[in-house]
Design a protein around this ligand. Structure first.
Ligand code: MN
Length: 249
């Protein structure tokens, strides 16, 4: 199996490096990751300047670009052979509910959706994780039993792992994305020249976070696994919208 490994925390992130160590048992692992922290980069592509890929001397690369740039570049020309699977992570910090819209980790996985096996975004539920090993072991378990036929193609799995010792996990749960309240306000400050600057504030509190959601599973000590799709169409609105448009005309 050929695995492409990326992330949004940058190529030196401990989460990425520990995951690479745990994945080599499945075949070849190639890291193509951003040169620095690009958390929150979402699915952005760099179109206004060229991309440079720097080889690290061991077949791995870092790229002056976004997570999506990395995976896009890797599978459309940088690598000699197309990988079977893209894994992004381990992200330091959870990606739950609305977070997936902003997440560079999820975006890196999304960019691998056309490959043969389900793409996976792996996050650990702490920004200063103590048990990265747990998330790496969980990922290895998922990869070991991946069944492309049962899960279908173009599938993305969003995996969130509690930051606890492996033996303390309650199990794995299939979940749907919950929702958050509106984000916290921006923080206003002044730069050294007296000009106003803003820091984007933290994500909103949990809103829709009951049983069945990713928030809930994680809070109960489970590994949350959410199947994602890229189709943003609101299918249920097609018919009423079409009627409304006819009335409009
Ligand atoms: Mn990140």
């Amino acid at each position: 199996m050929r695995i492409l490994l990326s992330n949004d925390d940058g190529y030196q992130s401990p989460g990425l490096l520990i995951l690479a160590q745990h994945l080599v048992q499945f075949g070849s692992v190639t890291i193509v990751a951003p040169d620095r922290d690009r958390s929150g980069a979402s699915n952005s592509l760099t179109l206004t300047r060229p991309l440079r890929a720097h080889e690290l001397g061991n077949g791995h690369y870092y790229v002056e670009g976004t997570p999506t740039d990395c995976v896009h570049l890797a599978i459309t020309g940088l690598l000699d052979e197309e990988p079977d699977l893209v894994i992004a992570g381990i992200n330091h910090g959870p990606n739950l509910g609305d977070d997936v819209l902003y997440s560079g980790t999820v975006a890196a996985a999304t960019e691998g959706r056309f490959l043969g096996l389900p793409a996976m975004a792996i996050s650990i539920a702490s920004h200063e994780p103590k048990y990265l090993e747990t998330a790496a072991q969980v990922t290895a378990k998922l990869v070991a039993s991946l069944d492309a036929e049962a899960l279908g193609s173009n599938l993305i799995l969003n995996v969130n792992v509690p930051d606890v010792p492996f033996g303390q996990l309650a199990g794995m749960q299939a979940t749907r994305l919950g929702h958050r309240h509106k984000a916290e306000p921006v923080t206003k400050a002044q730069d050294p020249r007296g000009r106003t600057i803003y820091w984007v504030g933290p994500a909103g509190a949990e809103a829709d976070a009951g049983p069945g959601t990713d928030f809930h599973a994680l809070r109960q000590g489970f590994v949350s696994v959410t199947p994602l799709q890229v189709d943003l169409t609101r299918h249920g609105l097609l018919e009423p919208l079409s009627e409304w448009l006819e009335a409009c005309a």
